[in-house]
Write a protein that binds this ligand. Sequence first.
Ligand SMILES: [Ca+2]
Ligand SMILES: [Ca+2]
Ligand SMILES: [Ca+2]
Length: 188
Amino acid sequence: MRWLLEVALVFCCVYCIAATGLVRASDERKKLIKLDQLLTQVSKRGTGGKTCKARCQDGWIRYQGSCYLIVQNQCTFHEAEVNCKKHGADLVTIEDANENTFLKKHLTTLKGTDFWIGLTDSVTEGVFKWVADQSKAVFTDWAKDQPDNYHNEDCVHVHASRSFVWNDRPCVDRVQSICEETFKRKKY
Ligand SMILES: [Ca+2]
Ligand SMILES: [Ca+2]
Ligand SMILES: [Ca+2]
């Protein structure tokens, strides 16, 4: 009879320890969920509302705070921008020499010849603005004697035959394109 009581006592102890452990595990889990929510909020604030991405979607390439997609289909400038928007992006904004060099290096590894970038003077002739944020182009890399608005050219592309320098051409032409999704902090 005594051994039965001892067994019952051991079972009781084991159950109590296990139950205490479960309660602790549950508390830890709640704390972790709370911490995760806080980190998500901080992350969103620091990127102007966009969640920070650890990696780009499959098929996109990463450079600093952006992901880029080279679109192989031949599209008009407008079709190319609509296509980028479908992916949550815009036609690329090339802000400085470093980004320009990065893209040139990548484009030389591809078969394409001409690619739309997100620059146009379709609103005011001669005033080139980026479609992503309507800002005026500060950095530029025009080909010699470009832009020339020859036969009303309002959209800008880069071309392989001239080391990917920029040229304005008719927006209805169909070429490949470059989309950019950016995760940089917005400038105010
Ligand atoms: Ca950019
Ligand atoms: Ca023009
Ligand atoms: Ca031209």
